[in-house]
Design a protein around this ligand. Structure first.
Ligand SMILES: NC(=O)c1ccc[n+]([C@@H]2O[C@H](COP(=O)([O-])OP(=O)(O)OC[C@H]3O[C@@H](n4cnc5c(N)ncnc54)[C@H](OP(=O)(O)O)[C@@H]3O)[C@@H](O)[C@H]2O)c1
Length: 248
């Protein structure tokens, strides 16, 4: 069985640890306190104690990937990072790759890893095959994705996850101003997501901007008190209108 050293102790490290535990021989992190939840295996905060392994998975902040990879220059194993937006070339070792799980991870929030797309990349065919083998043991959706494709996918992921979640937050604030419970909107949120399993997002769109109901949009803008919310409402409405305007 292949051996893995995990570097990092955050959200992604916890989720990868849960599914890759049979392979993991050690977890490295800079903070001893954060290593306590990995006590089933050997842990270390010391750079010179990092074990020899077949694969090193760097699950640290995007900006720290390069720096952490410099700790592994004397190792012969394959070094991968887990970022959606950082180039494979941020890793300074000779054998490098990417092992990017396309999902939003939070410590303690359980997920079924089998349904999480794993975007993998490597420079050598044998390294790619190794990642494919390890990835295939934890996910049913392993895909070969280049750095350029992954960076595009990451921008798209920011739209579908980060931006939509921020809109949920703003909607919660808007409800709170009139003592309305946000829970009332949850079935609508669920249906919005469920609908695009069968329809394209373009076909699934509804609402005043799609219908060009100018009076309703004007009323909504008057109701919104925060300037920021007015701007977001206008920008998104214009984008929807542009999408559905009649082609002459
Ligand atoms: N969260 C997600 O939904 C998600 C999804 C897919 C991919 N990713 C990618 O996965 C990676 C990790 O994300 P995360 O959400 O797990 O981050 P996180 O929860 O914020 O954890 C970051 C980890 O990096 C460590 N770290 C930061 N700077 C370091 C340095 N200079 N040297 C050593 N360790 C350092 C932190 O250590 P300390 O605790 O000591 O600060 C912590 O263990 C990122 O590349 C991210 O883009 C994240």
């Amino acid at each position: 069985m292949h051996s893995i050293v995990l570097l990092g102790s955050g959200n992604v490290a916890h989720h990868l640890f849960a599914v890759l535990q049979p392979y993991i021989i050690q977890v490295y992190a800079r903070n001893a306190e954060n290593l306590k939840s990995f006590s089933q295996v050997k842990t270390t905060t010391k750079k010179n104690e990092i074990a020899d392994a077949d694969v090193y998975i760097i699950a640290v902040n995007d900006d720290a990937i390069e720096e952490v990879s410099t700790l592994l220059t004397s190792k012969s194993g394959l070094v991968v990072h887990t970022s959606g937006s950082v180039s494979i070339n941020a890793i300074v070792t000779s054998r490098k790759g990417v092992f990017y799980p396309l999902q939003t991870f939070t410590k303690g929030k359980k997920l079924d890893f089998k349904n999480i797309p794993l975007c993998i990349e490597a420079q050598r065919i044998e390294d790619y095959e190794l990642l494919e083998k390890i990835g295939g043991s934890i996910s049913n959706l392993v895909r070969k994705i280049s750095t350029k494709q992954r960076q595009t996918l990451h921008v798209a992921a920011v739209f579908v996850n980060n931006f939509s979640n921020h809109l949920f937050y703003l909607a919660e604030e808007i409800c709170a101003q009139d003592a309305i419970e946000f829970n009332l909107l949850k079935p609508l949120i669920e249906e919005t997501v469920a609908k695009i399993q069968d329809l394209s997002p373009k076909k699934a769109q509804t609402g005043p901007a799609k219908r060009n109901d100018e009076k309703t949009m004007h009323r909504h803008l008057q109701q919104l008190t925060a300037e920021n919310n007015k701007k977001i409402y206008q920008l998104l409405s214009q984008s929807i209108q542009k999408t559905y305007e009649e082609k002459l």
